[in-house]
Design a protein around this ligand. Structure first.
Ligand code: NAD
Length: 348
């Protein structure tokens, strides 16, 4: 008799386990941890494989693959963006991701990433705001009160010391939901009837809407000096949130220019429009905010390295816990060349 086939099992974090993990760590603690992992990887930016994500567009949405590697680990995320989904009772954004060992090529983690994307997007926003928002920023306008909005708000609280959030959504039910979910967060939560009301007194303006069009969530006259704009929702060709005039008055900071020029707010601008890469600010090679009057703009589209950081974090945190199950997803016979024999023996 041959010995039973050795199995290379892959840890899998389900949605249920991800939620248990978030509660076990504490969401604000986890957002701070994620921001630290992301910041650490921005500091190692140059050694990563970098490519704009591979996007498959349809009339109603996009499906994307986001790969990267630091030479030791390789990660990718599958993610969709379908703004029409909410009207059908589905999420706009869902995702899952995988981390693999570059030496063997074997996966070492498979995980849900819908929750994790909301967490990593929020942690990235807050890590960036820490470098760019005016000193003492304590009030944020949160325009677009959908799935990402509470995460964005809590990250700004945990990492930047936010005290007050001013909510606006074109759908008042979304604002009600967001206010309800944030009621016990230890923040002042103000529900606003217009975007103009939401930005009153706010130093950080977050736009996080979903609509497959060139929208003008913020018009030029709405944005005065001395604010930081955290533009999250414009992340696809033909899907933007800001009037072009705002971009010409702002210092624009981006993740990976070849991707952002196609997907971000700056798709509205000429190809040589000046931007600063965030990793250089994080490393102290380029200035972030220079003065109180400056308008800083994070033209966020979401880059693979942020997902890689999140995958690394989950791999590290689930060690010696029960927040995962082992998946039998790799055929790995004891004799590596006897894949067929393994199949034959399975016939029983
Ligand atoms: P969602 O569909 O759950 O929420 C979007 C909200 O925007 C809805 O409540 C909708 O009513 C509101 N909205 C739409 N048009 C509006 C308008 N003109 N004014 C005010 N509110 C408006 O979507 P979500 O999961 O919260 O994602 C929001 C956006 O962020 C999406 O466009 C998504 O693609 C993008 N996103 C970006 C990143 C990134 O890294 N930059 C990551 C995740 C999601």
């Amino acid at each position: 008799m041959t010995a039973p086939s050795h199995k290379a099992l892959v840890p899998f974090v389900s949605v249920d386990n991800m939620m248990r993990l978030v509660h076990g760590i504490g969401i604000e603690h986890m957002l701070r941890d994620l921001a630290d992992y992301i910041e650490a990887d921005f500091k190692r930016w140059e050694l990563f494989d970098k490519t704009p994500r591979v996007a498959s567009h349809s009339e109603v949405g996009v499906i994307e693959l986001m790969p990267t590697s630091d030479g030791e680990a390789y990660g990718f995320k599958y993610v969709n963006g379908h703004p029409k989904n909410t009207s059908e009772g589905l999420q706009t954004v869902t995702a899952f991701g995988l981390l693999a060992d570059v030496y063997t090529g074997y996966p070492v983690l498979l995980t849900e990433m819908t929750m994790l994307t909301a967490l990593r997007t929020a942690a990235t926003s807050a890590m960036v705001a820490k470098h760019l928002a005016p000193n003492g920023s304590d009030t944020m306008a949160m325009i677009g009160n959908g799935a990402q909005s509470e995460f964005q708000t809590l990250a700004m609280k945990a990492i930047c010391g936010l005290k007050s959030v001013r909510l606006y959504d074109k759908d008042p039910a979304a604002t009600e939901k967001c206010a309800r979910n944030l009621a016990a967060a230890g923040l002042e939560v103000v529900k606003c009837a217009t975007p103009e009301e939401a930005i009153e007194g706010a130093q950080i303006l977050t736009t996080c809407t979903a609509d497959k069009q060139n929208a003008k969530i913020l018009t030029d006259n709405m944005v005065g000096p001395g604010v930081h704009i955290n533009a999250i929702g414009g992340d696809c060709p033909g899907k933007t949130e800001l009037a072009a005039g705002i971009l010409t008055r702002s210092d624009v900071f981006v993740e990976f220019p070849p991707q952002t020029r196609v997907e971000g707010e700056i798709q509205q601008m000429p190809e040589d429009f000046a931007v600063t890469e965030l990793w250089e600010v994080v490393l102290g090679r380029k200035p972030g905010r220079r003065d109180d009057k400056q308008i800083t703009l994070f033209d966020s589209v979401g880059f693979a390295i942020e997902d890689f950081s999140a995958l690394r974090y989950i791999r590290d945190r689930i060690k010696d816990t029960d927040f995962f199950i082992d998946l039998d997803m790799l055929a790995d016979p004891d004799d590596p060349r006897d894949l067929f024999g393994m199949l034959q023996r399975a016939q029983g």
